[in-house]
Design a protein around this ligand. Structure first.
Ligand code: ATP
Ligand code: MG
Length: 356
């Protein structure tokens, strides 16, 4: 029977980090609930690792406070905080067996020999490596090494599990497999987890909530669905999934002008602006036979991506190329080929509108 790890709530209040005159984190406020798996997602250099290191106490914040449960951990050294951590590179002890690697943290908290043995075999079973206990790290595959690193981090049953791009050194197949393994393990143990990644697919697939970061600030926090369907900024819209952007001028009320056409919007518009950016996902644009839709265009390119075909359509009366995803059956019905004229419709409830 697996011992349930007690997840604890983490509160980050007004955390800022300066390196000299460079501000790596501006003012971060974030609460992570017990048992949640939260992904920090954002482009390289946006501050993900810095924030994770501050949570671990490996880096000292320039301002702000951190609480784990009711415990103020703002000034505590790493050894007095309750977390396990896994980095991108495996960082296992090369001269220790799998068993000894996993047991490492248990010895330092003074656990007895018999208990350690039981805990290690429980963890080995959990990560599916019971037959590899006596091997050394160099005798394991990359994916197996990361599983051992995970078991080592989980061994003392920490309240918080911190993972900094733990899968990015692995090949795609192993990465996909480990994603769901980590996810299942995390839910089973109930351990509050933060996973840092710059891979949006990984974040959307694994997270309960995604924290999208850019330039040292949090752009948006939400469930994968919220982040994908209701991006709050053009940055989030562009960073997560594919998105078409269309420059336009706001008119009265919920109307905007694109070229010499007017469009009605359903979603909220930003506060008064001279110009706005409309955005629409490739799968939300409808293609239809010539004569049926609002816009006319020409098929410029078609890429077969398995489940759908990614087409590029050049609109005739505005200077604009749109990326449109179409399922193979509709493509057949429309007799879609490069060079063909086609009509398209932009459903108003699929149009997002951001400040330019
Ligand atoms: N010790 C340091 N001294 C000076 N600048 C630093 C230091 N550590 C990080 N930075 C800077 O802070 C910014 C954020 O770095 P961080 O490592 O948190 O980014 P990241 O989001 O984890 O990026 P990546 O996806 O590439 O790992 C970067 O511009 C980086 O150069
Ligand atoms: Mg990083």
């Amino acid at each position: 029977m697996t011992q349930q790890t007690q997840g604890s709530r983490l509160e980050i209040q007004g955390v800022q980090k300066n390196f000299g005159d460079f501000t790596a984190l501006k003012s971060i406020d974030l609460t992570i609930e017990p048992g949640e798996l939260v992904c920090f997602l954002g482009p390289s250099g946006c501050g993900k690792t810095t924030l994770l290191r501050i949570i671990a106490g490996l880096e000292q914040q320039s301002a702000g406070q951190l609480f784990q449960g009711s415990d103020d951990i703002s000034l505590k050294p790493p050894k007095d905080r309750d977390f396990g951590i896994v980095f991108q590179s495996y960082a296992l002890f090369p001269n220790m067996t799998v068993c000894d690697n996993i047991a490492y943290g248990l010895r330092s908290i003074g656990m007895g020999k018999t208990q350690i043995k039981a805990r290690v075999s429980e963890l080995l079973e959990l990560i599916g490596l019971s037959d590899h206990a006596k091997k050394y790290p160099a005798q394991l595959s990359g994916g197996q090494q990361q599983r051992v690193a995970l078991a080592r981090a989980l061994a003392p049953s920490p309240g918080l599990l911190l993972l900094d791009e733990p899968l990015s050194a692995l090949d795609a197949k192993v990465r996909h497999h480990l994603r769901s393994e980590i996810r299942n393990l995390q839910k089973k143990l109930g351990v509050t987890t933060i996973l840092v990644t710059h891979d949006q697919e990984e974040a959307l697939a694994m997270a309960d909530r995604v924290v999208v970061m850019n330039n040292g600030v949090i752009e948006q926090v939400g469930t994968p669905l919220e982040i994908y369907q209701q991006p709050k900024s053009a940055f989030v819209a562009e960073f997560i999934g594919a998105m078409n952007f269309i420059d336009s001028a706001p008119l009265n009320g919920q109307r905007v002008k694109v070229g010499n056409r007017e469009l009605e919007l359903v979603r909220p518009m930003p506060e008064v602006q001279d110009s706005v950016r409309l955005a629409i996902r490739p799968e939300d644009v409808h293609l239809m036979p010539v004569g049926d839709g609002d816009w006319e265009g020409r098929v410029e390119a078609m890429d077969y991506l398995g489940a759908f075909i990614r087409t590029q359509i050049r609109l005739s009366d505005v200077e604009l190329d749109l990326v449109v995803d179409v399922d193979p059956r509709s493509a057949r019905q429309l007799d879609l080929v490069v060079g063909r004229s086609i009509c398209l419709h932009l459903p108003s409830d699929a149009l997002h509108c951001f400040a330019a």
